[in-house]
Design a protein around this ligand. Structure first.
Ligand code: ATP
Length: 417
């Protein structure tokens, strides 16, 4: 059976993965074996998410009735039900739920009615609390199939320390990263000298380490010196897989969806007050504004180095006609051809324009020339992929150390047609 849970936390505390990890232990004690713990990230642009739009799914063997009872009890005991934006959902299904619902929940928007219809169809046990919105995420998580997956070990704080500042040795995190990158990523942000894997929010997570295989994340975890942790859980996840990206096959972009699209730089990028960089491109004949926000730091220099005519692919979320950049592929950035008036062959002085279509004239000796002098300007950018730093990366975004989605590249040809 699959057990799905979502929407148990609030900005002031709790975390659905923590509740899920506690439930795993309760299920095991009740003789229900948990085969797989899944941390499922859903559409990062859902406005009513608390933090990273995570839901959990446990793949388990045993009594569905007892699993449902234990899951509901855990939600009633640990969810922040008093918070106005917490609306939990619990699902236990013996039948596999349709994958299409999961796809839609990662890449678009779903309704509660759609979730309930699917649950009723599958004969699943389910319970929604308050507005029951968590049933959407719980249904999507329970029906999730990962085309690609990564792992995260989440280390939870001892309850006695909740509310106190986290104590995690910074140097040990940099060492863990040095020993395991690129098999792990987003532990630290070397370029900006920042720790990334320790949250600043008042939830029970002490730190989390992401990587390619369970062995890599646990190896990295073993390097970390910290306060006494409570317990920890390795999750299989869709993080770092670009599962949220759609191939932009038409000029219309839907607000709240995330895309890979091909385009041509239309005009020079502009840096706004506050440091955000705006890059106007054209995609299938339509203007699209790409945005690199200030927290993307050095990535903005890549965007600033682009000039009109450059061919690029961009990945990011569509919001009010703009794409919030997660990464860029520079397909072609040809050297610009600069032209200027030639030097007079007789007296060596630079000529000036003799008027539109009339060539050039030397002001000193009256000499004439028809063609300008041309030269190629060297570019500060070369074709390739560029990404935001780990400190600005979204959970679902694939880090370049993992590569990129080949299937999407095929679907989004460089010409964007
Ligand atoms: P938590 O750790 O509690 O899961 P969160 O940041 O993941 O915190 P939630 O508090 O779960 O966010 O809020 C997200 C809400 O949005 C949930 O109720 C979930 O069911 C719902 N939701 C998630 N994805 C979608 C979607 N694609 N369409 C509509 N609703 C969604």
């Amino acid at each position: 059976m699959r057990i799905g849970i979502d929407d148990t936390d609030s900005p002031r505390g709790m975390c659905t993965t923590y509740l899920g990890a506690l439930l795993i232990r309760k299920l095991n004690r009740a003789g229900i074996a948990v085969r797989e713990a899944r941390l499922v990230r859903l559409n990062p642009n859902v406005p009513w998410k608390t933090r990273g739009n995570a839901a959990v799914c446990l793949d388990a063997d045993g009594s569905p009735r007892e699993a449902f009872r234990l899951a509901c009890t855990a939600v009633e005991e640990y969810a922040d039900l008093a918070h106005e934006n917490t609306h939990p959902g619990v699902v236990v299904s013996e039948n596999m739920l349709p994958e299409t619902f999961y796809q839609k929940a990662v890449q678009g928007f779903c309704t509660l009615d759609e979730a309930i219809a699917i649950l009723a169809d599958a004969g699943a046990r389910y319970k929604g609390y308050k507005l029951k919105r968590g049933l959407i995420g719980a249904t999507a998580a329970a029906g999730s199939r990962f085309n690609d997956s990564t792992f995260e070990v989440l280390v939870y704080r001892d309850r006695s320390l909740w509310g106190t500042p986290r104590s995690v040795d910074r140097k040990s995190l940099f060492t863990a990263d040095a020993h395991t990158f690129p098999h792990t990523w987003d532990t630290v942000d070397r370029e900006n000298n920042l720790v990334v894997c320790v949250p600043h929010t008042p939830d029970p997570v002490l730190f989390g380490m992401r990587g390619e295989r369970p062995g890599w994340v646990t190896l990295a975890r073993e390097e970390v010196l910290s306060e006494k942790p409570g317990f920890e859980q390795v999750w299989i996840t869709n993080q770092g897989t670009d599962a949220h990206l759609l191939a932009a096959r038409s000029p219309e972009l839907i607000d709240g969806c995330s895309y890979l699209l091909a385009g041509t730089v239309e005009s020079l990028p502009v840096t706004m007050k506050g440091g955000h960089v705006i890059l106007p491109i054209s995609h299938m004949g339509q203007p699209v504004t790409c945005l690199a926000y200030e927290p993307t730091k050095g990535f903005r220099d890549v965007v600033r180095a682009l000039v009109p005519g450059d061919r690029i692919r961009v990945a990011g979320s569509s919001r009010r006609g703009s794409i919030n950049l997660e990464k860029i592929q520079v397909i072609s950035a040809p050297e610009a051809i600069l032209s200027r008036p030639p030097v007079c062959e007789r007296c060596g002085k630079r000529m000036t324009s003799a008027g539109t279509g009339k060539g050039y004239k030397c002001r000193r000796c009256g000499g004439r020339a028809g063609n300008p002098e041309t030269c190629r300007s060297k570019r500060d950018i070369i074709p390739g992929w560029f990404e935001v730093p780990p400190s600005a990366r979204r959970h679902l975004a694939m880090p370049l150390c993992r590569g990129f989605r080949e299937d999407l590249l095929e679907e989004v040809p460089p010409q964007g047609t």
